[in-house]
Design a protein. Structure first.
Length: 359
């Protein structure tokens, strides 16, 4: 933008100083005796300066965007982590119509209070860990839209450091032998009892995540080499991973494949078009349905405070304890851990297990 200042000269007359300021560049100054020449030079330098800048921050546009639109744009872009997609509907419902320019620490505290006083779809209060994930969705959406408009946002308002709540509670729950027997005793009373039994076995055999198993397709499994290649679209980290299948795991995926083929053949004999379903655990509609279904199963078995994801803790702990021919790095590679800290979080030994190792 050009600014023209008129200055009286000592000997009479007037001079015109032009100052041109363009973001990201030093100011330009020039003095003229003619106002029209000063204006022309100022306009020319302003245009030339803007032409050399890749793009100015679109602050006004950014501030007017609603947080709901920001979340929608982020999730539709494909850059939103899959682990956040499950909570975005709740965030969109609770966040309101606030614009990005009005987001403050007060708004964040108010949002947290609102979530704490709202029950989830399961008619239970949101956990502190889920609320933290809500804040991560808000932060990620703001960062994504700000980058598109070349704006540097203040993300410190989403900090959870001074907010009460057990944000960093680490699950250390593993399935005991007695608890496993209780769950297995209840499975025959469930719909899709055979699939539930195989899902439980495969989780303990491979340490795979819930979504990776529910989304597993026939094409991902090499039945000759006994390797399950999980595509990056199905992993939490976004990286492709190969999982070596034990004899028991191979029998499970083989049976699932045969069950799917039999189902398709029956549909063909009945004159129906075979469903193009390739998922081995196709009876479970979504990973979320497995979470809720397993919670009911554990409750019926009187196994308290046990989540489906705790089977991953159980599997990794048992691998370290029982598969002594495999070293730590091989197990880390199989379960998809890239850091030793994360691996240690999932290796939850119980004192009684260590006593057995000493005998």
């Amino acid at each position: 933008m050009a600014c023209i200042r008129a200055r009286k000269k000592k000997g009479g007359g007037t001079s015109y100083q032009v100052i041109v300021r363009v973001a990201g560049q030093p100011a330009l100054r020039q003095t003229f005796h003619d106002r029209n020449k000063a204006r022309a030079w100022g306009d020319a330098m302003s245009a030339a300066g803007r032409a050399t800048v890749s793009g100015l921050p679109e602050v006004k546009v950014y501030r007017k965007i609603s947080i709901q639109k920001a979340i929608a744009d982020w999730t539709e872009s494909g850059k939103c982590p899959r682990s956040f997609l499950r909570v975005t509907p709740s965030v969109l419902k609770l966040v309101g119509e606030i614009r990005l320019g009005n987001i403050s620490a007060e708004f964040v505290y108010g949002y947290i209070s609102k979530v704490r006083n709202t029950n989830s779809q399961f008619n239970r209060p949101f956990t502190d860990a889920t609320i933290r994930k809500h804040l991560s969705v808000l932060r990620g959406a703001v960062r994504y839209v700000a980058k598109k408009h070349r704006v540097v946002p203040d993300l410190s308002v989403f900090s959870t450091d001074e907010i009460e709540g057990e944000w960093n509670v680490e699950r250390k729950r593993v399935l005991s032998t007695d608890e496993e027997e209780k769950i297995r005793a209840i499975i025959p009373t469930r719909t899709y009892k055979r699939q539930w039994a195989m899902l439980l076995d495969l989780a303990i055999e491979t340490g795979a995540r819930q979504a990776e198993m529910v989304l597993m397709e026939i094409s991902e499994v090499n039945f000759q080499t006994r390797v399950w290649d999980i595509p990056k679209e199905h992993t939490k980290s976004g990286y492709e991973r190969g999982v070596a299948l034990s004899e028991k795991a191979t029998k499970i995926v083989t049976e699932l494949r045969d069950m799917l083929v039999i189902r398709q053949n029956k549909e063909s004999k009945r004159g129906l078009a075979p469903q193009p379903e390739q998922r081995l655990f196709h009876v479970f509609s979504t990973p979320g349905s497995v979470s809720s279904g397993f919670a009911k199963l554990a409750k019926a078995a009187c196994v308290h405070d046990f989540h489906f994801h705790d089977l991953r803790h159980t599997a990794i702990t048992r691998m370290v304890m029982n598969k002594r021919d495999m070293n730590v790095h091989e197990i880390m590679r199989m379960v998809g851990h890239k850091s030793m800290n994360m691996f240690i979080r999932y290796s939850n030994y119980r004192p009684e297990d260590l006593v057995k190792r000493l005998m």
